[in-house]
Design a protein around this ligand. Structure first.
Ligand SMILES: O=C(O)c1cc(=O)[nH]c(=O)n1[C@@H]1O[C@H](COP(=O)(O)O)[C@@H](O)[C@H]1O
Length: 274
């Protein structure tokens, strides 16, 4: 039997420290790297990130939108990027934020979670705004494929607060129920912005990982994450994209700096390595 997503994630966090690095090949970053805004530029960018960070980051998170911009040629680059990441042995979390009615969700689950799919990843981000129940089939599929999902809880963008405050409690209750009985983590994580000023809900019973994007470019620091997520620090995975991706020459050093700072604050037992 294969290890569950939760077991693999725990092992990567314990070995490499708590950090997720995004692959966000935006037009601005391609330009900053001196690359064309083209599928070839995307590929060069993505391959450089894979080669530079796979052996130091617990999780790598390609942002699907930047590949989708290029239609089938961009998706082909995403496929190869996922294959490269898997070959390098890192955990791949695809940021696609999918959510739909049950029959359509089944197709998304097949695309991203079914082991045989060309876009199969270790985990994918999902949106709960068609109801937590609409995600149940995808969660079942994740478990069957030893994969995971991360459901949006309270995202990092300030304009999300009025809407998400109304439903976040339902999302956390659904996630906790789906994760009950699993160890060390269940298959369902939540996304909580690193920029949040405070945790408005207790996440003590979640039994799942917490992805916290928003370090750097969106204004959050590792110290902010430690302060806000202190009660669940063992489960939090801060995520950073632009702040480390700004320059390929400093990419690895910036990842190591963020990783070691997050580890020192959130997982003091972690021995930093280079
Ligand atoms: O699901 C995500 O990863 C996500 C959730 C969230 O609440 N906020 C957020 O910024 N993200 C993603 O995380 C990345 C953040 O990028 P930086 O702001 O450059 O670090 C982008 O790819 C966002 O789409």
């Amino acid at each position: 039997m294969n290890d569950s997503f939760g077991t693999r994630l725990r092992a990567r966090l314990d070995r490499f420290g708590p950090l997720c690095v995004g692959i966000d090949p935006s037009p601005a970053l391609l330009d900053a790297w001196g690359l064309d805004d083209s599928p070839a530029g995307l590929e060069r960018f993505s391959r450089t990130v894979v080669d530079t960070v796979s052996d130091v980051a617990a999780v790598v998170k390609p942002q699907s939108a930047f590949f989708e911009r290029w239609g089938s040629r961009g998706i082909a680059v995403l496929e190869r990027t996922i294959a490269d990441l898997r070959e390098a042995g890192t955990l791949v979390l695809l940021d696609a934020k999918r959510g739909d009615i049950d029959s359509t969700m089944a197709a998304y689950a097949e695309a991203y979670l079914d082991r045989g799919s060309p876009l199969a990843v270790d985990a994918v981000t999902l949106s709960p705004y068609l109801g937590f129940g609409s995600l149940v089939g995808a969660i079942t599929s994740a478990v069957a494929n030893d994969a995971g999902v991360f459901v949006l809880g309270r995202t990092s963008n300030p304009e999300a607060a009025p809407l998400q405050r109304l439903v976040a409690g339902q999302v956390f209750a659904g996630v906790a129920a789906a994760n009950a009985g699993h160890a060390p983590f269940g298959p369902v994580g939540v996304v909580m912005g690193a920029t949040l000023p405070e945790l408005e809900h207790s996440l003590d019973d979640l039994n799942g990982p917490i992805l916290a994007p928003g370090l750097g470019a969106q204004g959050a620091s590792p110290a902010d994450v430690a302060r806000v997520f202190w009660p669940v620090r063992h489960a939090v995975v801060p995520s950073v994209s632009r702040a480390v991706l700004a320059d390929p020459k400093t990419l690895r050093a910036r990842v190591l700096d963020y990783r070691d700072e997050c580890a020192a604050l959130l997982a003091p037992g972690f021995a930093t390595r280079t």
